[in-house]
Design a protein around this ligand. Structure first.
Ligand code: ZN
Length: 292
């Protein structure tokens, strides 16, 4: 009787351990919203892989983002962290020191990165790569390539997902090019330095950037400098961003008469697979409206 009981108990133990292994899902963290949307498409339909976003949607761009204790907790049981790279996640060295085993997927690889001069005249990488749909294709391919290495058992599904999504992204890119052909060479003023890749890809010229550093308020000297640049550029439309205060843009508009529209750097939004495509399309429509 006792033997049978021991057998039953150990069988139960083995069974529950197996059940545990099967029930376990691997967690893939993404640093912020655009990477989350791309990962959602690459790993879609794979129940064993859970995609999570490290920052809340209202965080926006990660410039100067400080890691919170909660972020470290989320990373502690993650299989991988997907980052934009090119300096967007400047906390990365801390993460790698804390979790040397964590696979970090850097989505800036293979992308022709743009540099801009900072206040001291040093070249600094611009990290807003995803706003060119062809770069989005490269990002998705990077996620898929590393995803297949990390989860070979799901490689077929990952490849199929990535292929379907990149086809949609290529179609989006072609569509945007056609749609934006009438505004080729037009000057715009943007709120922060998020749009050089977009402007390069779709033929716009950024005449000025209102706030380089995401400051909500500009000093009077900074403000008059922006106003002067906008005047010299012939008062092109100003584009605010949904994630940031538009106070400075309204001040510039009041002085110059330049009209105000919205461009979305797509650093927040709906947690939907097609959110990137919808957002890019809305940006194109805002530009066409501004130059109607
Ligand atoms: Zn930014």
């Amino acid at each position: 009787m006792r033997r049978i009981l021991i057998f039953l108990l150990s069988a139960l133990l083995v069974f529950s351990m197996t059940a545990c292994v099967h029930a376990e899902t691997a967690k893939v963290m993404t640093s912020f919203y655009p990477m989350y949307i791309f990962a959602l498409n690459v790993f879609g339909g794979i129940d064993a892989i859970e995609i999570d976003c490290m920052t809340a949607p209202e965080t926006g761009c990660l410039h100067d983002y400080q890691l919170l204790v909660g972020d470290m907790m989320k990373l502690s049981d993650a299989a991988a962290l997907i980052v934009c790279g090119a300096g967007m996640e400047n906390y990365l060295p801390d993460v790698q020191e804390q979790f040397p085993e964590l696979a970090v997927i850097d989505c800036s690889q293979g992308i022709d990165l743009l540099t801009e001069e900072d206040e001291d005249g040093d070249g600094e990488l611009n990290a807003h790569t995803w706003l060119d749909a062809r770069n989005a294709v490269k990002i998705v391919e990077t996620i898929a390539e590393y995803g297949c290495q990390l989860f070979p058992e799901f490689a077929d599904q990952i490849c199929a997902n990535a292929l379907a999504y990149t086809e949609r992204l290529n179609a989006l890119d072609e569509h945007l090019r056609e749609e934006l052909a009438p505004v080729q060479g037009k000057a715009i003023v943007t709120f922060h330095d998020a749009f050089p890749y977009f402007a390069n890809a779709y033929g716009l010229e950024i005449a000025a950037v209102i706030s380089e550093e995401h400051e909500e308020t500009l000093s009077p000297a900074q403000l008059s400098q922006v106003i002067e640049t906008v005047r010299q550029a012939g008062n092109p439309p100003l584009f605010t961003e949904p994630q940031y205060s538009a106070v400075a843009a309204y001040a510039v508009s009041a002085e110059t008469g330049a009209p105000i529209y919205t461009l979305d750097p797509l650093v927040s939004g709906a947690y939907e697979k097609d959110a990137y495509e919808t957002g890019m399309q809305q940006n194109a429509e805002a530009l066409l409206e501004a130059f109607k």
